[in-house]
Design a binder for this molecule. Sequence first.
Ligand SMILES: [Zn+2]
Length: 390
Amino acid sequence: MRLKKKYKVILYVTLTLILGWILTVSGISAYKYLNLVDAYDFIVDGEVKYTIPSDQYDDLELLMKKYKMDFLSVSNISNSAKILSVEFKQDIQVVERKVEEEELDSIDDIALEFQKNEEEAIYHTIVENDNLWDIGVTYGMNLAKIVEYNPFLGAREEKDYMIWPKEVLLMKPANPVYDVVVKLQNTALEPVPFETIKIEDKNLFTSQRIILKEGIEGEKNVVYDIVMENGYATSIEAIQETILKEPVSAEVKVGTKRTLSYGGGNNYGVTTGRLTSGYGYRTHPISGVKTFHNGIDIAAPTGTGVYSYASGTVISVSQNNTLGKYIAIDHGNGLVTRYLHLSKFNVEKGDKVSTGDRIGSVGNTGYSTGPHLHFEVLKNGSYQNPWNYI
Ligand SMILES: [Zn+2]
């Protein structure tokens, strides 16, 4: 059958239009395909945040490396520490892809985001009559934490952590958009407490003791696993101990004649509780800084009784940033005992006390990270190992 001329024209026009459309679409696609560029997606926790041209890949690697390393340099970590890993807390992936040019971001966008914080740092500017004690109470942190955030204060330890008006203290570090977790291992030197061999003597009171042989603290290396986030420790865990020097036991003659008794726990005479830190040299698990612990720490709940080691005269009842509320008692013959971090006083300066008199209560005042009694013994002004006395 022959088509009428009119239909022939319609068919011709229609075919031409379809062909034209096919050519245009495929042409655009081909054009687009030829113009795709090599790029890298910067993916955070599975989400593409930025896409950068491939020639900026090396700069991105460098940017991320430098950002992570900056947290190492500000973290006050000992040179002897072994850095196990430095990683982003977020899952960050950089993955190659072909994209259209208009999809590209610049590395400057990422650099800017690396400077941003989710929460800004909180600072406190010292004003006249400020003291670290009250500042700590205001911000809900203890002195140990304030010193951790402001290491320059550590150098002023001897001078009761002196502060000056207009000085700026960091009270809370900024929380950056990208968190960096550093895992490290460090070995710290710590004392090993010696044991006291007690030889009973029925002619002496329970509060009396005579040193037959002085004990000597041992030394140990403790390996710590440490996790730091954005420059500050979030976990410090002792994983291994090696004894370097065995302690030498003390021999002490102790009385059995009973005059006093205190109930519960390990009775150290001056208080009851759990020994948490011995006397002697130790190194800080993070900074490696060597310090001398001039007393013993006995952890006990706030309010636990603190008793006079022996009879004597109360020579100071005072408080400062480091020692907290503290008492010193002079027992004569150059012997002085001190009781630190108390929550309460039961005596006043000048009071005469007898062995076992209640003088105060355990607390968490001053440079202290939990309720405990720090007990010191001084003979003619120099520190003695308290284990030779209690
Ligand atoms: Zn202590």
